[in-house]
Design a protein around this ligand. Structure first.
Ligand code: ATP
Ligand code: MG
Length: 648
């Protein structure tokens, strides 16, 4: 299937890096040159420069058995040592690693020395519970420091973590525990969300209630203070156990290809896949991209990535990348709008955050509320903004840069996936001329192509996004399912990785992500992308957020159906019928009559996964009058009912 769209949205502004930013930039054009001259040599040099190796590697890449890659495979390292001890040994033990901010407003700082001490004890605790290298540990925690400590403690002893987002149900948790045969679950009594305590331990109890499970012990962090039931012999309080173990722990090296974690994808398109990542290559690319894409100056920056640790973004850009680079960062337990809609901006002001990384869905929800909320706070510490998770519409990009960034700082749109482990396509701040809405350029050392149906590279126009050479942080498989691994990603184009996303290359060679291939529409023989029609809708002053799907249509094959949320300030200005007429005409004018939506439904909410992505699959069910499909990864299952009541 190819994606061919011949038009340009109206946003054609380009943003040159300011001379001041360029002068202090961490990245340089030399990175591209070095990677071009000798790609493997480039990655080997990064691995040596950015990481400490217990045993140096001599081999960079073994690709003799595709799609199973091995990177740096005769080397040994300890991932946790790289994120902790070595910074202390280098004299940076007093640097803050985490400014943790709890939802009710309590807070705690951890220096690198303190975090290292906690992780050493936790590593001893896990060992005392019989966890050894290669064993799986499930982590089901809110965004509290113990989440980071647990992940690093597991990594330190060579065990494998499987972090399950704290919002998932008992059933989702059980499926993931069983799939990985986890022997330990680390959880909390409860966590805070929107001013209330929600239970976690109870959910673990429910998850483990039926039938034999592989879980021997449940470690419980006290956080919510809520009542919990106790299974003697199985359940243990985290704090009591930690008090009883030795404080010293010497990190030993593990082979570079030793498994580090399993993480299930968001499930936007179907059943989540247990993506497996290993150690040396993963840490190399997360550290490299965190340093260069975010222009990290670890001695003075305060980095904040808002992702939950239950998602890959939380793994790579809350835990591993920032800590490997010795960064200072914010870890936040709560939601953006509780207890007030300026909560995030208040945190940026409080900790003087300089680099901020979030998702377009969050940006659009702030756009909906209006700029007066962020404008109440001092955001002048910010010097770089990042986006990830979905295409960022040009309109949202401009708003982000102007309202949050004060109009002059770089915005980097980063494309990557759970499977890629780290950022793959992004501008480099201080180097690249920025184009709103485009992820632009592969990072140095990454080979990306857009292919047509026959696998031939497209030099300008639309097609399917592939990664044409193995990369250090690539997934090493799907846990327990090598066939699904091969089928999903490698069958289509041989030894090139098929990402499942459509993309377009423009006349400058820049890459625009067009959404998932499954979401591409075919209207009267024309391929249309959901992302571009959504961008057009969001560019209209009435619109806060939009989702577009293709619904089967007797005359055109498929027809464009749009679901639109209006800006709060516009809700009383027009009736839904008027808005619908205006928006249909707007898309026709901006993109062409072929893209004019058959229907525009004005709704109050859109169905989203727990990681904040729009589940177009469910909207398609609705638009085609079918029963709504599997909603288990929806963040709020009632949303679909509300939308369908509105629409039907
Ligand atoms: P599943 O694979 O289970 O359906 P998922 O693809 O949503 O879930 P993730 O790995 O969290 O799970 O998301 C990766 C996807 O997110 C990418 O394939 C792409 O569709 C989208 N994405 C991420 N970043 C960007 C970006 N900067 N621009 C456009 N799309 C993006
Ligand atoms: Mg995916």
């Amino acid at each position: 299937m190819s994606v061919q769209i011949d038009h340009n949205l109206e946003e054609i502004r380009r943003f040159r890096p300011s001379p001041e930013f360029a002068a202090q930039a961490v990245a340089s054009l030399a990175l591209y040159d070095a990677a071009k001259a000798d790609r493997l040599g480039f990655w080997a040099a990064q691995a040596k420069e950015l990481l400490h190796w217990h045993r140096p590697f001599t081999r960079t890449l073994d690709w003799t058995n595709p799609p199973f890659a091995k990177w740096f495979d005769d080397g040994e390292l300890n991932v946790a040592y790289n994120c902790l001890d070595r910074h202390v040994e280098a004299g940076n033990g007093n640097r803050i690693a985490l400014h943790w901010e709890g939802e009710p407003g309590d807070s705690r700082d951890y220096s690198y020395a303190e975090l290292t001490a906690e992780v050493k004890k936790a590593a001893n605790l896990l060992t005392s519970l019989g966890v050894s290298a290669g064993d799986r540990v499930a982590i089901y925690l809110p965004m509290i420091p113990e989440a980071v400590i647990s992940m690093l403690a597991v990594a330190r002893i060579g065990a494998v973590h499987s972090v399950v987002f704290g919002g998932f149900s008992a059933e989702s948790l059980r499926t993931r525990i069983d799939d990985a045969s986890a022997s330990i679950v680390i959880t909390a009594d409860g966590g805070y969300r929107k001013g209330k305590v929600f239970p976690l331990k109870t959910t673990v109890d429910t998850a483990l209630a039926d039938g034999e499970s592989t879980v021997r012990n449940v470690l419980v962090v006290k956080r919510g203070g809520n009542e919990v039931e106790w299974t003697e012999g199985r359940d243990l309080w985290w704090r009591d156990e930690l008090a009883a173990v030795d404080a010293e722990h010497v990190a030993k090296g593990f082979p570079a290809e030793h498994p580090l974690f399993i993480l299930y994808t968001s499930g936007t398109t179907g059943k989540p896949k247990g993506i497996l990542h290993t150690s040396g290559g993963y840490l190399t690319q997360t550290a490299f991209t965190h340093k260069n894409v975010f222009d990290l100056h670890p001695e003075k920056d305060v980095f904040w990535c808002t992702a939950d640790i239950g998602w890959i973004t939380g793994h790579s850009y809350v835990v591993y990348g920032p800590l490997a680079n010795g960064a200072t960062q914010v870890l936040f337990e709560g939601t953006p709008d509780s207890p007030h809609p300026g909560r995030w901006w208040e945190i940026i002001e409080k900790y003087k955050v300089s680099i901020f990384y979030t998702a377009p869905t969050a940006i659009r929800s702030f756009m909906k509320l209006g700029r007066q909320i962020p404008q109440e706070f001092n955001l002048r510490s910010l010097r770089l903004l990042g986006s990830v998770g979905e295409p960022i519409n040009p309109e949202a990009w401009i708003w982000y840069r102007h309202v949050i960034g004060g109009g002059s700082i770089p915005v980097v749109d980063t494309w990557w996936q759970t499977e890629t482990g780290a950022i793959m396509i992004s501008a480099l701040p201080g180097i690249t001329d920025l184009k709103p809405g485009s992820a632009q350029t592969p990072v140095p050392g990454i080979e990306i192509e857009v292919l047509d149906d026959n696998g031939a590279p497209v030099s300008e126009g639309g097609g399917l996004l592939v990664v044409s050479e193995p990369w250090p942080s690539m997934l090493r498989g799907i846990w327990g399912d090598p066939e699904r691994f091969t089928e999903t990603y490698w069958e289509k184009f041989g030894d090139r990785y098929f990402a499942g996303d459509g993309a377009r290359i423009d006349e400058d060679g820049d890459i625009w992500l067009l959404g998932r291939v499954d979401d591409v529409m075919n209207v009267s023989g024309h391929r249309l992308s959901t992302a571009e029609i959504e961008s057009s809708l969001v560019a209209h002053p009435l619109t806060a957020e939009a989702a577009v799907v293709g619904a089967s249509d007797e005359t055109t094959g498929q027809a464009v159906v749009a679901f639109v949320i209006l800006k709060a300030s516009q809700e009383d200005a027009v009736s839904p019928e008027e808005a619908s007429v205006l928006l249909r005409a707007h898309v026709a004018r901006q993109i062409g009559a072929i893209a004019r939506p058959r229907e525009v439904f004005i709704v109050n909410e859109l169905p989203k996964t727990r990681s904040g992505k729009i589940m177009r699959r469910l909207l398609r069910d609705l638009a085609e009058g079918r029963e709504i499909g599997d909603t288990t990864t929806l963040s709020d299952a009632s949303v679909m009912q509300v939308i369908s009541d509105k629409v039907r």
